[in-house]
Design a protein around this ligand. Structure first.
Ligand code: SF4
Length: 172
């Protein structure tokens, strides 16, 4: 025991320092959140569909739920069924195995519905392209309202994409 304590005192704390808060980014996030809430005026229900992603885009989507981006805090939430959704947030190229499931998910979403395609894969198939296994971008299978490019797109870009989609629907 004495040896362990001695080793701990000799080694010290090796973990990194706490990162500083980026106030400019935080203000941007709060501004986008306020605009979305102002336009939608109620909770926005989002159904996320992974049509064949590498899961990199999903990690960025997960960030939206953390206390920093706090989308639940303004009422946007992810739902388990397309029947409860206002928007489909689709990642990945559309793999051939997911093509029918994606179409059925779209059909099951009540009108008016929005589709946001995430990532370079969602845009045009990205690094997977089009092949015997991949249909390519989401627009090959569904009508897409907004594309958020990037590999993966950061959470702020995803929020901006959602804001663009709801703004367009409001002005349509
Ligand atoms: S855009 Fe990049 S991170 Fe997203 S699914 Fe494609 S390869 Fe993965």
């Amino acid at each position: 025991m004495y040896q362990i304590i001695k080793q701990m005192l000799r080694t010290g704390i090796k973990s990194g320092t706490t990162p500083q808060t980026d106030d400019a980014l935080r203000n941007q996030i709060q501004d986008i959140n306020a605009q979305i809430l102002n336009i939608v005026g109620r909770a926005l229900a989002i159904r996320h569909v992974d049509a064949g992603s590498c899961n990199g885009c999903e990690l960025e989507i997960h960030c939206l739920n953390n206390p920093y981006y706090n989308i639940e805090g303004i009422g946007m939430h992810f739902v388990a069924s397309p029947r409860h959704a206002d928007m489909l947030l689709v990642t990945g190229p559309v793999s051939r195995h997911m093509e029918m499931a994606l179409k059925r998910t779209y059909d099951a979403t009540p009108d008016p519905k929005l589709v946001v395609a995430l990532g370079d894969c969602g845009k045009d198939g990205g690094i997977f392209g089009e092949s015997y296994a991949s249909c390519g971008g989401i627009s090959k299978v569904l009508p897409v309202d907004v594309i958020v490019p990037g590999c993966p797109p950061p959470p702020l870009a995803i929020l901006q994409g959602i804001l663009t989609a709801v703004s367009r629907s409001k002005n349509a």
